[in-house]
Design a protein. Structure first.
Length: 254
């Protein structure tokens, strides 16, 4: 007696390829711009540190420049200084050229930017550090490209922002934190932007100082994503940087 016929087995569909961080950040739909309020406050701090360009034009590296929107907002305050955008995303650099005369493709994850040591008077590092797997190596590299006494202007979301303290007490995932690259889970908001690390004011100070920098000042900035009715309170919280939405840190290369 012949063996009974069995229906053909349909092999399972292959799983979609894992979406790594490189693919994520090369996706043009991923937001790369941050609010102008943060950019302007940060630029004011840098302009005050550098002094007038007429005295001595400075070389400023905007590392992780994204689409150049931060440089656009800061441009009037840094007039006369040379601002060079640095990013590894082709899509971001293509857009950044609308706002920056000079752009360089470079990647901190590779361990070395295509720039000589001590070439910069200042580095803008705006909301980049929270996206990095190895922030220690990144600060080592920024310290290398800065001249002795050069300025580091770093900004990053504040894990201990005033509303995050309330959310945690309620058992809600803090704003800015993410558990997936595919969607938002357990917290307010809709956009996934690839945050890997978050800092409190105290942690950021200690981390930057341990990386060979002298911390000069820590300030706060508002977050453009705060609901409109709460924005006056968010601006008020900037008076106490440890409560503010965004941390602005000015440090100098020791």
């Amino acid at each position: 007696m012949s063996a009974p016929l069995t229906p053909p087995v349909t092999p399972p569909a292959p799983a979609p390829a894992a979406r790594g961080l490189r693919d994520f950040y090369e996706d043009p739909s991923v937001p790369v711009a941050s609010g102008d309020a943060r950019s302007v406050r940060q630029a004011r701090m840098l302009a005050a540190a550098l002094g007038p360009a007429a005295d001595r034009p400075a070389v400023v590296l905007d590392v992780g420049c994204g689409d150049g929107s931060a440089a656009r907002a800061a441009g009037p305050l840094l007039a006369g200084h040379r601002v060079i955008g640095v990013d590894w995303s082709h899509h971001a650099l293509r857009r950044a050229r609308h706002h920056l005369t000079d752009v360089v493709r470079g990647e901190l994850a590779d361990g070395r930017l295509p720039l000589r040591s001590g070439c910069a008077d200042a580095v803008l590092f705006s909301e980049v550090i929270e996206h990095l797997v190895d922030p220690d190596a990144a600060l080592d590299e920024l310290r290398r490209v800065l001249r002795p006494g050069g300025h580091l202007m770093l900004s990053t979301p504040n894990l201990a922002a005033w509303y995050n303290r309330g959310l945690l007490l309620a058992g809600v995932q803090p704003v800015f934190s993410e558990v997936s690259l595919r969607g938002i889970h357990g917290r307010p908001g809709r956009e996934v932007i690839g945050h890997l690390r978050l800092y409190t004011a105290r942690a950021l100070r200690e981390f930057v100082a341990a990386s060979g920098f002298e911390v000069v000042r820590l300030a706060g900035a508002p977050f453009h994503g705060v609901p409109r009715p709460l924005r006056p309170l968010d601006r008020l919280a900037c008076a106490a940087p440890s409560l503010s939405s965004i941390l602005l840190l000015h440090a100098r290369r020791a």
